[in-house]
Design a protein around this ligand. Structure first.
Ligand SMILES: *Cc1c(COP(=O)(O)O)cnc(C)c1O
Length: 389
């Protein structure tokens, strides 16, 4: 089996599993309890908070643990308008048209309640024009949220340029960095962002845990009320074992960042050059430089991407057409649409996403299989005559 769907989720690192286990069967105390069991659990959370903060250059008390990327995004998008009190319905939000559904759906929901949302367009590589932000800002704008790296095509946005604009107008900037963390160096201070979302299961940590970086001084309304955990921002007994695992995953991601980046670049160049050499009528999508290199997004003209996934799966290779989350809705990718792709280009798309464990040998095997199944599918394609397959 070859797993090339690391943008959807990743294997939990063995060292992470090892760190987590004692928090199920030995250190099971409630972090709010004052006895030894409680204190141990509490200090484990504090250690994890430091590990997460260190990965992105934040202070530990700027880290809010959540249930993952989706919750982090929801927390900031609702938390900012809600902190304005009843006048929140007058608020305006700026985001992009290629965000993950975990940004777009909350925005659509806020719109139903009267909030105005601007969805910025992107160029053919999936990059927004920072000038569009300047032009969209109005006195009601309460937050700008632009993703760091796109989960489908891997393109990176000019976050630093965007943050300069936001800082100038004193509007908080949030970035969904779920796909970028561990793939590029990230320092919240250098970037000048006010909030940033991370998910554990995209960086070899357990599922169902993540974090929202909230810069000191930024006020947001709490999300879940109750016993006052997470500094009153998210009540409920903490998911100690998962938080511990997430912390360890962040520590490993930081230690091995450069090593992983160069590994991804090696796999990326190798796969790309082989595909281009072996398979005709292939288009590489997204920006070729401003990107995360664990992602390759391609269009095989005249082929249905879903057929390709199924055939790859029959050969023991796991890949994706794009966002795992859009599978439920069966809608054509909003990202590729925003990039101006036509129906044929959208249909023929394939996303390969690498993890630290993938090898050059797996790349070779996959290209061989791709070559074979693309030819098979094209031999019965309705586009057969168009391309002279
Ligand atoms: C996976 C993903 C999310 C959602 O994270 P979960 O932890 O699965 O909720 C949000 N944004 C992006 C860009 C993602 O890739």
């Amino acid at each position: 089996m070859i797993y090339f769907d690391n943008a959807a989720s990743t294997a939990v690192h063995p060292e992470v599993v090892k760190e987590m286990i004692p928090y199920f069967d030995i250190q099971y105390g409630n972090p709010s309890s004052i006895h030894q069991f409680g204190r141990k659990a509490k200090s484990a959370i504090q250690k994890a908070r430091k590990q997460v903060a260190a990965l992105i250059g934040a202070e530990p008390d700027e880290i809010l643990f959540t249930s993952g990327g989706t919750e982090s995004n929801n927390t900031i998008l609702y938390g900012i308008p809600k902190s304005q009190g009843p006048k929140f319905v007058l608020n305006h939000i700026i985001t992009s048209s290629i965000e993950h559904e975990a940004i777009l759906e909350p925005c659509r929901d806020l719109e139903k309640n009267g909030v105005k949302v601007t969805y910025l367009s992107v160029d053919e590589h999936g990059i927004i024009n920072p000038n569009d932000i300047t032009n969209s800002i109005n006195p009601q704008t309460v937050i700008v949220s632009v993703m760091f790296a796109n989960n489908e095509v891997g393109t990176i946005q000019p976050i630093k340029e965007i943050s300069k604009i936001c800082n100038k107008y004193q509007i908080p900037l949030h970035t969904d960095a779920v796909q970028a963390v561990g793939k590029v160096p990230i320092n919240v201070e250098e970037l000048g962002v006010d909030a940033l979302s991370i998910s554990s299961h995209k960086i070899n940590g357990p599922k169902g845990v993540g974090a929202l970086f909230i810069k000191k001084g930024l006020t947001i309304a709490p999300e879940i009320l109750g016993g006052g955990q997470e500094n009153g921002m998210r009540s409920g007994t903490e998911n100690v074992a998962s938080i511990v695992g997430f912390g360890k995953a962040c520590e490993i991601a930081k230690e091995r960042l450069n090593e992983n980046i160069s590994h991804f670049q090696t796999l990326y160049s190798s796969m790309l050059s082989k595909i281009v050499k072996e398979i005709p009528h292939v288009k590489l999508n997204g920006n070729t430089e401003k990107r995360i290199f664990n992602n390759i997004h391609l269009t095989f003209l005249g082929v249905n991407g879903e057929d390709l996934i199924i055939k790859l799966d029959e050969h023991g290779i796991a890949a994706s057409t794009g966002s795992a989350c859009s599978v439920h809705t069966q809608k054509a990718s909003h990202v590729l649409k925003a990039m101006g792709f036509n129906h044929e280009q959208i249909t023929g798309s394939l996303r390969i996403s690498f993890g630290y464990m993938n090898t050059l040998d797996e790349v070779d095997q996959t290209v061989e299989v791709l070559k074979k199944i693309v030819a098979e599918l094209r031999s019965v394609s309705p586009y057969k005559t168009k391309y002279n397959f």
